[in-house]
Design a protein around this ligand. Sequence first.
Ligand code: GLP
Length: 238
Amino acid sequence: MRIVITQTADEAGRQVAVDIVDRMAARAFRVLGVATGATPLPVYRELARRAPAHALLELVALDEYVGVSASDPRSFGAYVARHIAAPLGVPPERVHVPDGAAPDPHTEATAFEKVIDRIGPVDLQILGVGTNGHVGFNEPGSTPSSTTRVVELTEHTRRDNAPSFAGAEVPAKAITQGVSTILRARTLIVVATGRRKAAAVAALARGLVVDDLPVTFLAQHADLTLVADAAAGSLIDA
Ligand code: GLP
């Protein structure tokens, strides 16, 4: 595992964007796995600045809330369209996000796993981490063999994500790529900033699996980079 500690969150974002652009240049790069949330926003800003428009790139999202359609600005589908696909010039037909408004979310989850099988492997998957150590929406209790499925969000996660819903009810369920789905990507980059991620980051950096911290399942991956700012990296080796 390669670990990079930067002074600030913006520097962490720049570092991840530089890594991605380098990998895009180094090999045939078709599929970029993207994460949502506040942490990767500087990555996408820098990527749009550095990377040429990529009409041929395929974007694959990690997760989506159940019961929220992509036309809802609070959805991850809307996030990907606004912050990633549009700035990078990726057309909608090359953007793959689980459909949170699908009639049967379980059928949608199974179909999404097949989309990844069809267009994959994901060349590089960008990942954030939840304050409870979740990755995507693989909450504590998820297994390393999990695949794309419908999950119940913990109250901890719903509280963390409440600001995106501005007082409205945070969905109780989501569709998420499973841990084994994520591990099939050729390259993983976990980016974390802020003190609230420090415990999960330190556990990942130790390289030991901790069952109730799903992000630690990623330590076994052959090509994993962890980029953290000083605050998120503050407990490494503690
Ligand atoms: C959500 C997403 C995760 C993301 C996490 C952290 O739960 N499902 O993919 O990593 O939030 O988000 P933030 O970067 O805003 O802390």
